[in-house]
Design a protein around this ligand. Structure first.
Ligand SMILES: *[C@@H]1O[C@H](CO)[C@@H](O)[C@H](O)[C@H]1NC(C)=O
Ligand SMILES: *[C@@H]1O[C@H](CO)[C@@H](O)[C@H](O)[C@H]1NC(C)=O
Ligand SMILES: *[C@@H]1O[C@H](CO)[C@@H](O)[C@H](O)[C@H]1NC(C)=O
Ligand SMILES: *[C@@H]1O[C@H](CO)[C@@H](O)[C@H](O)[C@H]1NC(C)=O
Ligand SMILES: *[C@@H]1O[C@H](CO)[C@@H](O)[C@H](O)[C@H]1NC(C)=O
Ligand SMILES: *[C@@H]1O[C@H](CO)[C@@H](O)[C@H](O)[C@H]1NC(C)=O
Ligand SMILES: *[C@@H]1O[C@H](CO)[C@@H](O)[C@H](O)[C@H]1NC(C)=O
Ligand SMILES: *[C@@H]1O[C@H](CO)[C@@H](O)[C@H](O)[C@H]1NC(C)=O
Ligand SMILES: *[C@@H]1O[C@H](CO)[C@@H](O)[C@H](O)[C@H]1NC(C)=O
Ligand SMILES: *[C@@H]1O[C@H](CO)[C@@H](O)[C@H](O)[C@H]1NC(C)=O
Length: 477
């Protein structure tokens, strides 16, 4: 009896992993660019270090999702030669983000070598592809309200007027006012390090991110000969600069009371929802990838209520950080299971993934379980995501360009508190409130320009359609 009990246990323990073996049936990765030059110097570029970082992160995901001996192999995805119907990658029009995307993809699908990277022609000649079977993966352009890495101002290139108004409201908040005055002496004590890039009147909390960024870049790249007074940047000063930059940028990226401020995250959420849904219905990719900047991360983190899981989500993610939304199932067999057997899991890693690093799973929307059913994920995400142009035009207050065609709905949403499916509240309480705010802001902006706080940068314009509202569409073809 004892023996049969033991063998029963043994059998159960052998069966258990089989019965509960989780299958990954799709994933969507969002990643930050790697190390780059300082924003304040303009013409921002990905550095060799940054290229290395994104390549390493991409290689990690190759081992995790593409290699068919991995426990997290995405079922059915091609393991060596990329199948372009299975992978969709996109990035905004920006040199740092586009190059980061390319470098990352080189890691996800590395060169296949001379044998696989060759083909035989009709006349019997064998040709080899360049660079040991380097794999070409198109990177489409997303105009997702993202900022260009050249822009020093978070909403400067979103083409979403209401988001700009909302972010500007941050400069009227008591949090901002208090930090501006309480940190004045701190910033001025750092002036000796900053004189090459900031004058006295711009050495304050208004430029919290640009100052942190400039010194962070110097800390990584400049020898002491190239970094006068670098001794002032000790660990506690660095940490203080980081903490202040985090508060400043999170303030610009997200405010629970003003959803439009997080427009970049709302558009990303809509794209992720569409991508994962296409995976499930078989209409699209198995692996989606998008590259973006910290502003989009912070807006998305706020909307997904990740700060409830960890307060660290109110901080700027390090270079080459990435998060993934995985579609997983415990249903046995192969192939796409019924939607009620699919769960979504969010995992994040702060900074470059290498070696034994493991992304950490966090619960979304203030729940306590890292697995969320697909239907709950859909209904929660639809509350915060931008899922169509009409929705976007209304939220942003746009009535021209591609929004003109839906102008009747755009103007009618001016009084609505939500649109049909999304339930997104109008950000600014009433037209009068918005006009007053705008007037105050225009005055404030004039002051900012006078004191040289920041400039509103123009989007780079190589290639893509950058018409005023065209860039705001969530088209990701
Ligand atoms: C896949 O992973 C296994 C185990 O980690 C490793 O031995 C193998 O080299 C990997 N294959 C490729 C093509 O990277
Ligand atoms: C796993 O991938 C390798 C190429 O990396 C391929 O040769 C092999 O056939 C695949 N195995 C299965 C079971 O698909
Ligand atoms: C590429 O992937 C699609 C969808 O998974 C599949 O139908 C097709 O057969 C694949 N093509 C090749 C050449 O394997
Ligand atoms: C075979 O065709 C390729 C491509 O058209 C050409 O470059 C090559 O010279 C041809 N080889 C011979 C032996 O004709
Ligand atoms: C958030 O929005 C509310 C309502 O518009 C505003 O009172 C508050 O100052 C804002 N907070 C920040 C930090 O922007
Ligand atoms: C770091 O070096 C660059 C290039 O020499 C220079 O432009 C920049 O001002 C330096 N940064 C600091 C903080 O000194
Ligand atoms: C860092 O520098 C600040 C300002 O000079 C100083 O007050 C602080 O004691 C220093 N901290 C450390 C750990 O050296
Ligand atoms: C998923 O796609 C199907 C088919 O296109 C569509 O009917 C459904 O509304 C989509 N669901 C979501 C959540 O987008
Ligand atoms: C990532 O690390 C930075 C410090 O390097 C921190 O400020 C931020 O809060 C961290 N974010 C998360 C989500 O862990
Ligand atoms: C400070 O620098 C900004 C440019 O960063 C410039 O526009 C402004 O005029 C300067 N202010 C003074 C007082 O020199």
């Amino acid at each position: 009896m004892r023996t049969s009990f033991q063998s029963g246990l043994l059998l159960a323990s052998m069966m258990a992993p089989l019965a509960s073996a989780e299958r990954v049936v799709g994933a969507y990765i969002f990643a930050r660019h790697g190390d780059r030059t300082a924003k304040v110097s303009g013409n921002t570029e990905l550095t060799d270090l940054g290229y290395r970082e994104v390549f390493d992160a991409g290689s990690f995901y190759n081992a995790r999702y593409i290699n068919n001996s991995s426990a997290k192999y995405i079922e059915g995805i091609s393991s060596n030669v990329v199948n372009l119907t299975q992978v969709q990658a996109s990035a905004p029009v920006d040199a740092v983000l586009q190059n980061s995307g390319t470098g990352f993809l080189q890691g996800v699908y590395p060169p296949v070598g001379a044998t696989m990277g060759s083909m035989k022609l009709a006349n019997g000649t064998t040709v080899q592809s360049p660079l040991q079977g380097y794999q070409l993966i198109p990177l489409s352009v997303v105009g997702d309200g993202d900022d260009s890495e050249d822009s020093s101002w978070l909403q400067g290139t979103t083409n979403c007027p209401q988001a700009t108004v909302s972010s500007n409201n941050y400069f009227l908040s008591s949090q901002y006012m208090e930090l501006l005055s309480s940190t004045n002496d701190f910033y001025h004590s750092l002036s000796p390090m900053l004189t090459a890039a900031f004058n006295e009147s711009s050495t304050n909390f208004l430029n919290a991110y640009e100052i942190f960024d400039y010194l962070n870049v110097a800390r990584i790249h400049n020898s002491s000969a190239n970094f006068p007074h670098s001794d002032l940047l000790n660990d506690s000063v660095y940490h203080q600069l980081l903490t202040l930059a985090n508060a400043h940028e999170y303030g610009l990226a997200y405010n629970k009371s003003e959803p439009v401020r997080a427009i970049a995250g709302a558009i990303l959420a809509g794209e992720i929802l569409e991508g994962l849904n296409d995976t499930i219905t078989g209409a699209g990719e198995l692996l989606g990838l998008q590259f973006g900047s910290y502003g989009t991360f912070l807006s998305f983190f706020g909307l997904m209520q990740l700060p409830k899981a960890s307060i660290d989500f109110t901080g700027i993610p390090d270079y080459a950080s990435s998060f993934v939304l995985e579609l997983v199932t415990d249903a046995p067999g192969t192939g796409m299971p019924d939607t009620d057997e699919i769960n979504v899991r969010f995992t994040f890693h702060n900074g470059t993934l290498t070696g034994s690093d493991e992304p950490v799973a966090y619960p979304l929307f203030g729940t306590s379980n890292v697995l969320m059913s697909w239907s709950d994920f859909v209904s929660e995400t639809q509350k915060i995501a931008v899922t169509d142009d009409t929705n976007l035009c209304g939220m942003c207050g746009l009535t021209t360009g591609s929004c003109a065609t839906s102008s009747s709905s755009a103007s009618s949403t001016a009084d609505d508190s939500s649109s049909g499916s999304g339930g997104i509240s109008r950000p600014v309480a009433g037209v009068i409130g918005a006009m007053v705010t705008l007037a105050v802001i225009l005055g404030l902006e004039a002051v900012f320009f006078l004191i040289g706080g920041f400039t509103i940068a123009k989007r780079r314009k190589h290639g893509a359609v950058e018409s005023s509202t065209g860039a705001m569409t969530e088209d990701k073809k």
